[in-house]
Design a binder for this molecule. Structure first.
Ligand code: ZN
Length: 192
């Protein structure tokens, strides 16, 4: 299940979290915006992957691992429908990176993801020494959305990444795109 219509309808946010405090101006700032546009492509792919998961009856989560040079290395979506609830995409990408990348390559890499890492995935991310995380929706947002839908609390406390892996640089949420993620979760739990 892909949603090209809604993807086209979505527009990049005018301002990112932290932009107000960003001291960069002029040409440097323009370069930073170009980087952001590239990152939005990865984030949109994460939402696509989450939609793919939903289309095969799984929870809508998707993630992309990108090298320090900006190359997409691996991607995955949630695969917990078979009963193994550790099959999160962020966990798979952490283990893939440990098997295929050097420590330096892992540190330079970025994980883009539709939803902030859960504590299990944040721990794996920290243990294998991966770099930055950019998420579309935060764990706090997901908790509030699932509470509204009447979904029982998960067996693992939804701590933010910063509580589990404090040295990892984390950015998000992404205004606008987060509403698409919210809709995917609503459809998963409401079946509409
Ligand atoms: Zn997880």
């Amino acid at each position: 299940m892909r949603t090209p219509g809604s993807r086209q309808a979505w527009r990049p946010p005018i301002r990112w979290p932290g932009d107000r405090a960003d001291p960069r101006i002029g040409r440097e700032r323009e370069v930073a915006v170009v980087v952001r546009e590239e990152e939005l492509r990865h984030l949109r792919r994460c939402v696509e992957l989450a939609a793919e998961a939903l289309s095969v009856g799984d929870e809508p989560f998707g993630s992309v691992l990108v090298s320090g040079e900006g190359k997409v290395l691996a991607e995955d979506h949630n695969r917990v429908a078979g009963g193994d609830h550790t099959r999160h995409p962020e966990f798979e990408l952490a283990r893939w990176s440990a098997a295929h990348l050097t420590p330096g390559e892992r540190a330079a890499a970025t994980v883009y993801t539709s939803g902030e890492h859960c504590p299990m995935c944040a721990a794996a991310h920290g243990w294998v020494g991966l770099g930055r995380i950019v998420y579309v929706a935060s764990s706090a947002q997901l908790v509030s959305w699932l509470a509204e839908l009447g979904v029982p609390e998960p067996p693992v406390r939804p701590l933010p990444v910063s509580e589990v892996a404090p040295r990892v640089v984390v950015e998000g949420p992404v205004p606008g795109l987060d509403e698409e993620v919210r809709e995917l979760h609503r459809r998963f739990h409401r079946g509409a």
